[in-house]
Design a protein around this ligand. Structure first.
Ligand SMILES: Cc1cc2nc3c(=O)[nH]c(=O)nc-3n(C[C@H](O)[C@H](O)[C@H](O)COP(=O)(O)O)c2cc1C
Length: 180
C-alpha cells in the first residue's frame, strides 16, 4: 500500500514532516513517499497570475502524486491559527485543476506544534473543509508539546496520547489494509 506523507510546512526542520512520516511508517505494510513541500516552486496564487500564465507544473505534479498513492498522511503546521502560507498557496493552485484536490483518497490528518494546543486550530479548520475537497477523512489527531512528547526512538512518549494516536491510526489503516 502506497502512502504519501507530508508536513504542511516548508521548514527544513519541520516537526510536522517528521510526525507525518512517523505515522505513515507506523502503518503495517506501507510503502511511504516522504514529500518535501520545498520542491514545489510556485508563484503566489492570484486570478490574474492564473489567467496570464495558467496553472504551474508544480501544482500538476502535486495532484499527480496524490492520485498515484493509496492514502494520504498529512500533518498540519499552524501559523497564526491557520495554514502555513506555502501550503495554502500549493492547495489553492491545486484546487484550480480540480476541486477534489484530495482525489477521494483515504486520509489521516494530524497536527503538532511546540505548544500545548498542538495545532488544534488548524487541524479543526482542515478537518472541517478537506472532505469537501475530496478527502476521505478517516482519522484525526493532534500532538501537543512535540518536543516533550515525541522522540525519534520511541515515538509518542505519553501513554494516553500514544493510545489515542493508535486508535486514530487504526481507523485509517484498517480499511486500507482490507482494500489492499
Ligand atoms: C509565523 C509563525 C506563526 C506561528 N503561529 C503558531 C500558532 O498559531 N499556533 C501554534 O501552535 N504554533 C505557532 N507557531 C509555532 C509553530 O507551531 C512551530 O514553528 C512549528 O515548528 C511549525 O511546524 P513545522 O516545524 O512543521 O513547520 C508559529 C510559528 C511561526 C513562525
Amino acid at each position: 500500500m502506497k502512502l504519501l506523507a507530508f508536513g504542511a510546512s516548508t521548514s527544513s526542520s519541520s516537526i510536522n514532516r517528521t510526525f507525518a512520516n512517523y505515522a505513515a511508517n507506523s502503518v503495517e505494510g506501507a510503502e511511504v513517499t516522504d514529500l518535501d513541500l520545498n520542491t514545489f516552486d510556485l508563484p503566489i496564487y492570484s486570478e490574474d497570475e492564473d489567467g496570464a500564465n495558467g496553472i504551474p507544473h508544480a501544482a500538476h505534479r502535486f495532484k499527480e502524486l496524490i492520485e498515484a498513492h493509496d492514502g494520504l498522511v498529512i500533518s498540519m503546521a499552524e501559523h497564526n491559527g491557520s495554514y502555513t502560507a506555502a501550503f495554502k498557496n500549493l492547495y489553492d493552485w491545486t484546487s484550480r485543476i480540480d476541486q477534489k484536490v484530495w482525489a477521494d483518497k483515504p486520509m489521516l490528518l494530524l497536527a503538532t506544534s511546540p505548544g500545548g494546543r498542538g495545532g488544534q486550530t488548524v487541524l479543526e479548520a482542515a478537518a472541517a473543509t478537506f472532505p469537501r475537497m475530496g478527502a476521505d477523512l478517516l482519522g484525526t489527531f493532534s500532538l501537543p508539546s512535540f518536543q516533550d512528547y515525541f522522540s525519534e526512538e520511541e515515538g509518542i512518549t505519553d501513554p494516553a496520547l500514544a493510545q489515542e494516536f493508535a486508535a486514530q491510526l487504526n481507523l485509517f489503516a484498517k480499511p486500507l489494509s482490507q482494500a489492499a
